[in-house]
Design a protein around this ligand. Structure first.
Ligand code: GLU
Length: 425
């Protein structure tokens, strides 16, 4: 598998600071006590492990792995495992907290967690990744579990990795425990619709927001940054709903066509070339990822990674609406600029919650030992997303704040009031 180095991200901002500054603002507006503030701020559990792995050449490399359970107040921890060279504890802590708020916003009975391993999966063989994932599972045996903390895919992981975790965890328990992770292959208890669930939810959120702004999808253009599991499905489904997707991008750069990209052709092309990128895709003009963000489009969907919209480039955004497919794509320093331009932002913890919602459905199906149809899953997930959107929208009107702050208010209020019922020492 070929590997193309992504363009370096300059002075990466700290996602934990971005998360905390929104959390602080919402906590202030809600008027929660300092005790409650501390309870919700400090992660419940943070684990760092060293993972020695025998590489294909016989050498042993030690990787650092993390799992942070930010909160288990609403239920077991829930959140993906990320394989990326930039993974560090601060990032995992921010992502774990975002999972807490995300699950609370869509009203599913989970706390928030996240895991990560600092490694570059694009330069590793399947065997090396398998040994790494199995080591990670063994190291986290007393952390994860169907009623304790349930991992799922995130950047750099997918159904294949989830299958290895099920296998390793099940061996240690002496029985098959497929509800220990979600996002599994279908044959192993995965759910129909899980793969496209995040992109589908992004589409539901985008359409709900367009409706509020009285935008007709058939007369709407969109640019989508990131062509992975979230971006490519969002592009496909937005296109299906009439939106003209004029630009998409991945680590090889952006691809622009004013008449609209043929999304089906782009997905087929990406799947056909060995390294899974759009490199060499014809039917579009090459632009940079940075140029994509400032295109004159109606809807911008950042669906790649954190902190791509910062105070440095927020001023040049021309979209009327940003729908955050990625976790934390907008740094807190950009919020004021975006708000003052009157851009409607559908925040990550709402917009990309469709993935964890169908993860929840997968876990429910595993536990009742029954498989739902795709139609039932999509219908229920759409309802969950629409209800959450309405809740957040109403809260934004009540408090006269942007949707992002409103989403944090909904989430923090839910977790804080649940804690009050449960009580503490
Ligand atoms: N990694 C995804 C997220 O950030 C999904 C998490 C899950 O399904 O548990 O929302």
């Amino acid at each position: 598998m070929g590997y193309i180095e992504p363009a370096p991200i300059k002075d990466k901002e700290n996602p934990l600071e971005s998360m905390m500054s929104r959390f602080d603002a919402a906590a202030r507006l809600l008027g929660i006590s300092t005790e409650m503030y501390d309870i919700l701020k400090v992660p419940a559990r943070q684990v760092i492990v060293g993972l020695p792995v025998t590489m294909d050449d016989g050498s042993i490399r030690v990787f650092e792995g993390y799992r942070v359970i930010h909160s288990n107040i609403l239920g077991p921890g829930k959140g993906g495992i990320r394989l990326d060279p930039g993974v560090n504890l601060d990032e995992v802590r921010a992502l774990a907290a975002w999972m807490t708020w995300k699950c609370a916003v869509v009203d599913i009975p989970y706390g928030g967690a996240k895991g990560g391993i600092a490694c570059n999966p694009r330069t590793m063989s399947a065997g090396e990744i398998e040994r790494l994932i199995r080591q990670y599972t063994v190291a986290m045996l007393d952390v994860i579990g169907p009623d304790r903390d349930i991992p799922a895919p995130d950047m750099g992981t997918g159904p294949r990795e989830m299958a290895w975790i099920v296998d390793e965890y099940s061996k240690s328990k002496g029985m098959t425990v497929n509800s220990v992770v979600t996002g599994k292959p279908l044959v192993l208890g995965g759910s129909l619709g899980r793969t496209e669930a995040t992109g589908r939810g992004v589409t539901v959120a985008a359409l709900a927001a367009m409706d509020k702004l009285r935008m007709n999808p058939y007369r709407t253009t969109a640019a989508i940054q990131g062509f992975g599991n979230v971006g490519s499905h969002a592009a496909d489904l937005l296109h299906e709903r009439g939106v003209t997707v004029v630009a998409v991008s991945d680590i090889t750069g952006g691809y622009y066509n004013a008449a609209g990209i043929d999304i089906t052709a782009a997905i087929t092309y990406r799947n056909s070339i060995g390294n899974g990128t759009l490199e060499g895709f014809i039917g579009a003009e090459k632009i940079t990822n940075e140029e994509l963000l400032s295109l004159d489009v109606d809807v911008l969907v950042p669906a790649a990674t954190e902190d791509v919209i910062t105070e440095d480039n927020a001023g040049s955004i021309k979209a009327r609406m940003i729908v955050e497919g990625a976790n934390g794509p907008t740094s807190a320093s950009a919020d004021d600029i975006i708000n003052s331009k009157g851009i409607l932002v559908v925040p990550d913890i709402l917009a990309n919650a469709g993935g964890v919602t169908v993860s929840y459905f997968e876990w429910v199906q595993n536990r009742i030992g029954y498989k739902w149809t795709l139609d039932r899953i999509n219908r229920r997930a759409t309802r969950v997303m629409k209800d959450a959107f309405d809740r957040v929208f109403e809260t934004s009107q009540k408090y006269e704040v942007p949707l992002r702050l409103a989403a944090y208010i909904v989430a923090i209020d839910k977790v804080a009031s649940t804690y009050k019922y449960r009580g503490g020492y």
